[in-house]
Design a protein around this ligand. Sequence first.
Ligand code: C5P
Length: 234
Amino acid sequence: MANIDPRDRMIVALDLPSAGDARAMVRELGDSVNFYKIGMELVYAGGLELVRELSSKGKKVFLDLKLHDIPNTVEKATQRVADLGATFLTVHAFPQTMKAALKGKGSSSLRILGVTVMTSYDDADLIEAGYSMGVKDLVAHRAQQAKIIGIDGLILSPEEVASMRALIGSRLTLITPGIRPKGSEIGDQKRVMTPGDAISAGADYLVIGRPITSASDPKRVAEAVSDEISSVLG
Ligand code: C5P
């Protein structure tokens, strides 16, 4: 497993309606969290400012924009994201898009993550969208393409991590959402794992949102998740 500080393996999703709410959550979590994910909801509510702010405070930022456009646009957008100081950026795992993002990140420290197939899609949704492969085959197909193209990592559901690790080897960073500590609400997630089980399955980073941000004591839950990750890594 890659040499990553156990505390950095927990990425807290700031899925909050405004940059003000997000700042308050970051203040509340303090030193218990080093890594935050900013997604589309927050980006369209002033979240881009936060990327610079968090970076300047020494926090890492995963910008979950799921880019997908013509290569020139993806390349230029990725250059701008690299200028913001983000650590991770997501793009849809289409070959043209992945290649353009890799070109755009240039020699910066930004790392490009591919989203293989959205977890809200099942086989019937793919057929409806014109694909001839089911979810499992398309995830494997795109993961192999991502590896060949040289992308830095993939976002996967927890149950895909172990088989994908076996298929694509150790170079790619694997990140999984769908994390639920024992006893927490599952909400709308369909396939969940505990932090410890996801790390044991081969995940490098975990994305966890509501179990922390909706908790009555977010800092206590964040510390418990970090401790669980550290204890699995020994
Ligand atoms: O609150 P919760 O822990 O379910 O948040 C998970 C985060 O991971 C959300 O930001 C969600 O958008 C994101 N995500 C996901 N499933 C995917 C891709 C991203 O839950 N397949």
